[in-house]
Structures are given as structure tokens and as C-alpha cells.
Design a protein around this ligand. Structure first.
Ligand SMILES: [Zn+2]
Ligand SMILES: [Zn+2]
Length: 274
């Protein structure tokens, strides 16, 4: 498996020049490139990625997404609890999205997933990686295989895969710790609207004492509905590291995002414990 672009031994191909002026201009190019990237990082990905919407009611999922929805491996669609309840009330059997009869045994579920993986479906590839990571669906736990599948899924466009790879490399789960590589995975997905990746970028800045950038990242994720990011800004405000206006802005944005994720069906599902 090829590592994502830009990782590994980057100095290997670096030009070596003895001309001082050229070296200076190469440095300028690099710093201009870094500045452009930092600008993009903070200005892109302010809308959640489309896969975070329920494919039936089109509302964004609540957080944590896994608690407010379910993945159907027949079509790899993540359906919200409100739509699951609505389907049940209509007496519909099978997948709420594609109507495939649901099978509740590991072997048939695994076969469905593998069929989609063989067609290079990014979500299925990421999902199979999860199963290897935890040793589920009758598979033996195999973290190396999980990392390989997530890497493939990330290349196919799965932002979730970037998130898990980011965590694995940042914390050294199943791989050698490589924090810059982990951060790059989070950055790539955050720029496309992955909320947890954006939150982690804020957390990383906070840990390293860059409060200004931490607030900027968390402001973006709080406005997309991340309670963890809102709480981060609140804590920083209480410690004198963020302004009252920033906390108020985050609170307002978070409230609007939460309001947009609500529906009568979802409230009913919550009440009935779906
Ligand atoms: Zn829905
Ligand atoms: Zn389905």
C-alpha cells in the first residue's frame, strides 16, 4: 500500500543547490505554499460533507453519528433513527433505504461488504477496515489490515477513513507514532467538512499552546454542531484564552446547527429509544 502523498522521507528528493539566491527563492516558495495551505485549511470545509446527511430525510445526522443512525451494509447507507422509526411505523421490512431484506448473520453481512469492496466502494472499504480493527463479523483482529483498508478507503475519498488514520498515526495505534502524518490526515478531511477531524485539529493546537488557532478550528466545528468544540471554546473563555464574543458566536452557531438537525421523527425516535 502506498502511503498518502507528501508523507515519508520528503527530503530525499529535495534539490540541493549551492546558489544562495536560488535557495532563498526556494525557501520563499515553500513558505508561500505553506501560507496558502494554512489559509485553505481555515477557509475550506465550513459545511459538513454530504455523507453526513441522512439519505432519506436529507437532514444532517446528530452527534455522535453512530448513536443517531445505523449503517445498512446492503447499500452502505447510514440512515437516521427518525427514518428508521418512520419505516417501522409503516410496516416496512428490510433496509429503510433500498428495501433489501436484512440478514442478521456475520457471513452474509461480510459477503455483502466484500462485494462492495471489490467494486472499490470507499464506505465499504472503510467499514471492512473497522471490522478488522475490532475483530468483528467473525474476522480475526488485524490492525495492519485495518490500516491498509483505511488507507485505500481514504484514497477513494472516505473522510471517515482519514479520521481513523489520523487517530492511528497520531496516537500510534497499530502503527509507529507519526503525529505530522496523523495531522495531515485530519487536515485533508477537515477541509472537506469532516467535523471530528476539525475538532481534533483544534485540540492539537490547544495542546501545543496555540490558543488563537485552536479557537479558529473549534469555531468552525462548533458551528457544524460539535458540542466538544463548543465546550472547548467555553473552557478557553473561562481560562481567559478566548473572548466572550467568541464564546457567544460559537454558542449561537452551535444552537443553529442543532436546531437544523431536529425533526419530529427524530424526537419521537429519541423518546421511544430507537
Ligand atoms: Zn432520516
Ligand atoms: Zn440498503
Amino acid at each position: 500500500m502506498e502511503p498518502p502523498a507528501g508523507t515519508g522521507n520528503e527530503s530525499a528528493g529535495a534539490p540541493s543547490r549551492d546558489d544562495g539566491a536560488s535557495a532563498g527563492s526556494a525557501d520563499e516558495d515553500r513558505s508561500a505554499e505553506a501560507a496558502r495551505y494554512s489559509h485553505r485549511l481555515l477557509h475550506e470545509g465550513h459545511e459538513r460533507w454530504e455523507r453526513d446527511r441522512c439519505p432519506i430525510c436529507f437532514l444532517y445526522m446528530g452527534f455522535p453519528v453512530g448513536k443517531h443512525s445505523k449503517v445498512n451494509v446492503c447499500c452502505m447507507k447510514t440512515v437516521c433513527n427518525g427514518c428508521i422509526l418512520a419505516a417501522r411505523l409503516q410496516g416496512l421490512r428490510g433496509c429503510e433505504f433500498c428495501r433489501t431484506p436484512l440478514r442478521h448473520n456475520d457471513a452474509s453481512e461480510l459477503a455483502m461488504i466484500q462485494k462492495r469492496v471489490s467494486k472499490r466502494d470507499s464506505d465499504a472499504t472503510k467499514y471492512l477496515g473497522d471490522k478488522y480493527y475490532h475483530g468483528a463479523l467473525g474476522l480475526s483482529m488485524d490492525v495492519t489490515r485495518a490500516i491498509g483498508l483505511w488507507t485505500e478507503a481514504a484514497e477513494l475519498g472516505s473522510l471517515e477513513a482519514h479520521y481513523f488514520l489520523g487517530c492511528a498515526y497520531y496516537e500510534g495505534h497499530g502503527v509507529e507514532v507519526d503525529k505530522p502524518r496523523g495531522i495531515r490526515h485530519w487536515q485533508q478531511a477537515a477541509m472537506k467538512g469532516h467535523v471530528d477531524c476539525r475538532h481534533n485539529l483544534g485540540q492539537e493546537k490547544r495542546i501545543n499552546g496555540n490558543c488563537e488557532l485552536a479557537v479558529q478550528h473549534w469555531m468552525i466545528s462548533a458551528k457544524m454542531g460539535s458540542e466538544a468544540s463548543l465546550n472547548g471554546i467555553k473552557e478557553m473563555f473561562m481560562n481567559g484564552q478566548a473572548t466572550k464574543a467568541q464564546y457567544a458566536e460559537a454558542l449561537r452557531g452551535y444552537g443553529d446547527a442543532v436546531e437544523e438537525m431536529k425533526s419530529h421523527q427524530r424526537e419521537e425516535a429519541k423518546r421511544l429509544g430507537v
